[in-house]
Write a protein that binds this ligand. Sequence first.
Ligand SMILES: [Zn+2]
Length: 421
Amino acid sequence: MESRPLVLGRYSLGIGDRFCMEGKAQLRAVKKALDKGVEIHPVWNKSNREHTIIGTEPISTRQEADAAAAEEQWKCSYFVDADHIGLKTVDRFLDACDYYTLDVADYIGKPATAEQTEICVAELTPILGTLKHPALDQQITLTIQDLRAFTAKYLFGLQEAAKIYEYLKAKKGDGTFITEVSIDESTRPQSPAELYLFLAGLAKKGVAVQTVAPKFSGAFLKGIDYVGDVKKFSQEFKSDLAVVDLAKKAFGLPEELKLSVHSGSDKFSLYPHIHALLNQYNAGVHLKTAGTTWLEEVIGLASDANGLVLAKKIYAQAFERIEELRKPYETVVDINVTNLPAPSEIAKLSSPEFIAILMHDRTNPRMNRDFRQLIHISFRVAAELGEEYMNGLRASRAAIERNVTDNLYIRHIQPLFLGGN
Ligand SMILES: [Zn+2]
């Protein structure tokens, strides 16, 4: 019997956490939205990079998600995302996941063969011309020169996405998993025209992409607000919504195809604009936020005396190891080392003082974005502390869970999906 392909839905939220302890607290935030009539599909994601750093296997994320859904009696769908995988890394995610983020950023800018290039140009030439859409302030004209420039830059990446997709289809079966294609960790943003051609290319190669993560202009850094021109971002996001809508209709891509925003947590200055545009154009979005939950864990820990000692210890070690810790996150953190407090200064702080520096409260002038980013990438240190850290997490359960739920619901879900603060 043919079963319907998996559907991601209009709104979805990438959650997940480093140590697989916060599934229930995260799900409670999504349930609060459902109580208000807004259905958001949770997607537990943990990238290959994070599993490798912590030394965990993807099955632990699946177990966390299933347990949370059962205990919280979650009746809507939910997914487990193999985040940022490629052909070399996908195998260990085959059993545990039903959502795959095919990361082809590293393949962009590398040349495809001349023969493949000519085939692609011939395939896509019929779609050239003028794009018009209510969300486009100016029409976009695509010429053969644009197509050639696009092919030189993106064809190799398209081929790689198709290879991973075919591999997954062969291993798991058609329609049994959600497909995201990500190019957010590439070095340059894509223009709306490039995004349109990229989606056209995926469609021609048979990749039933359900969500696509472009690199937007401005900086999407881990755990801090958007750095860039908000007005320019809104304009770009609006144009991207238009080309996604045009592409899915023109190329028979899944009806629910939508944008995915990575390093999407804490982009507080963008959420009201994204919300308004989604409403205006009846569009959906996927927002990935896993890292912010780890920061809430540290904040929760720091709220009692024993946990505070542990949180300070993590910072002191991270401060010494910053170069090593930021290496895997080169494109997504920007830490000004001279603005980091010395561990000896941090050691003197009370719980409220420590939390004030770390908590992402935009009205608090003490919040230190460099400190936050360093803590964001310091979960390797926590993982090395092993049982000492896990015991801390258990001891501070109530404070941590309250923080995790409130942070997701009040700071993320309300402004982005519900509107208003
Ligand atoms: Zn990403």
